[in-house]
Design a protein. Structure first.
Length: 133
C-alpha cells in the first residue's frame, strides 16, 4: 500500500508485539524485515527491502517477522543507544500537571516512508506517555 498511515504510542512488550504485527500486516500479509538502520531523530527504522550498500543499513542474518523481531527491538529500546534518540513534540517528556513514563512509538511518515527512505515498514523509537492527574 502506497499511502500507509501508521502512528501508535504505548508501553509494554505485549502491546509492542500487537502493534508490530499490525504494522507488518499493513505492508502485506507476508512482510518480513530484512534489515534496519538507526536515526537520532527516527529511532530504529525497519526495512522490508534490502538496502545493501546504503549508508547505515544493517542486514539481519535472516528475515524477521513481527514475533521474531520483538526481542531485538525490546532490547534496543532499553539500551544506551536508544536513550540518545530525540524525543520531541508528542514524544517529549513534557512538564504538566501529571506524570510521564517512558514507552515507545511505532510509526511511518508520508507515503509509508520513514525519513524519506523507500522500502521501510516502520520506525520504532522511545517516546514518553503522558498521564494526567
Amino acid at each position: 500500500m502506497d499511502n500507509r498511515i501508521f502512528n501508535v504510542n504505548g508501553s509494554g512488550k505485549g502491546m509492542l508485539l500487537d502493534t508490530l504485527k499490525l504494522a507488518f500486516l499493513q505492508e502485506g500479509d507476508r512482510t518480513t524485515a530484512k534489515g534496519y538502520s538507526i536515526s537520532k531523530k527516527h529511532g530504529m527504522i525497519l526495512y522490508w527491502a534490502e538496502r545493501n550498500g546504503k549508508e547505515g543499513y544493517i542486514p539481519f542474518p535472516t528475515k524477521m517477522d513481527a514475533s521474531t523481531i520483538l526481542e531485538f527491538i525490546w532490547t534496543w529500546l532499553n539500551s544506551d543507544e536508544a536513550k540518545e534518540i530525540t524525543c520531541v513534540g508528542d514524544d517529549a517528556d513534557h512538564n504538566h500537571d501529571g506524570h510521564n513514563s517512558l514507552g515507545w512509538r511505532v510509526f511511518c511518515e508520508g507515503w509509508g516512508h520513514v525519513d524519506g527512505k523507500h522500502g521501510t515498514i516502520v520506525a520504532v523509537k522511545p517516546a514518553y506517555m503522558w498521564h494526567g492527574k
